[in-house]
Design a protein around this ligand. Structure first.
Ligand code: PGA
Length: 249
């Protein structure tokens, strides 16, 4: 375990309305301390402000799902890292594969977003992961290596960033890699970080993401080198998300 505590972050994606704030109340009631596990929720931008107020007295952190590299300006529809921080977020996801593919985000843009997040004082969850075709072609490790090289900014520290390894083919599909494959990729990511940032980077956490559920969470958290999870669909169901959180603790 690289982090002192595992991190379980829920990514609501484009789901949730004010009605789902009741789910956050339930989560808040269930999670009263962060002794064993750090918990974060990344709701849609429309709910960040209300979620932050609601969770202010709770150990649950609130995060954004993306940010623009610039602090402000003529960028219709975009949200800056400073705005996320202003709304009460303490972290942000960058480089999610749905952004990389649906919004054509390349590594240099992801890197600029991570730098913007730091500028605004936000902790970064930076996603990497190969497609199914890349894995089948035997390129999974080299793809992830070049994503890390291109999208992790210089100066990354355990306090400023966590990597989320999310094989694209495992996201929202119900399919997960074998625990051996997860262990192998996490070890590879660890080596890439160490080569670039030295042994100090050993404290940088590496989360797994992609079809984490109540029923597979324990097996995934038991894998060597897994420091927590980025959870999509299962984070929308309070009971299941709590099952995942207790599996991490
Ligand atoms: P999933 O999504 O848990 O629904 O597979 C994970 C993610 O996209 O972060």
């Amino acid at each position: 375990m690289a982090r002192s505590k595992p991190l379980v972050a829920g990514n609501w994606k484009m789901n949730g309305s004010k009605l789902n704030l009741a789910d956050l109340e339930a989560l808040k009631a269930a999670i009263r301390d962060s002794e064993g596990v750090e918990v974060a929720v990344c709701p849609p931008a429309t709910l960040i402000s209300r979620a932050s107020v609601m969770l202010a007295s709770s150990p649950i952190a609130v995060g954004g799902q993306d940010c623009h590299p610039q602090p402000s300006g003529a960028h219709t529809g975009d949200i800056s890292a400073e705005m996320l921080a202003d709304a009460g977020a303490s972290m942000v996801i960058v480089g999610h594969s749905e952004r990389r593919s649906a919004h054509n985000e390349d590594d240099s843009l992801v890197r600029a977003k991570a730098e913007a997040a730091w500028r605004a004082g936000l902790y970064v969850i930076l996603c990497v992961g190969e497609t199914e075709a890349e894995r089948r072609a035997g390129d999974a490790e080299s793809v992830v290596e070049s994503q890390l090289e291109g999208s992790v900014p210089d100066g990354a520290t355990p306090d400023s960033l966590v990597i989320a390894y999310e094989p694209v083919w495992a996201i929202g599909t119900g399919v997960t890699p074998t625990t051996d494959d997860i262990a192998a990729m996490h070890a590879h990511i660890r080596n890439c970080l160490r080569r670039r940032f030295g042994e100090e980077s050993d404290g940088i956490g590496i989360l797994y993401g992609g079809s984490v559920k109540g029923e597979n969470a324990s097996a995934i958290f038991a894998v060597d080198g897994v420091d927590g999870a980025l959870v999509g669909g299962a984070s929308l169901k309070v009971k299941e998300f709590l099952t995942i959180i207790s599996a991490a603790g």
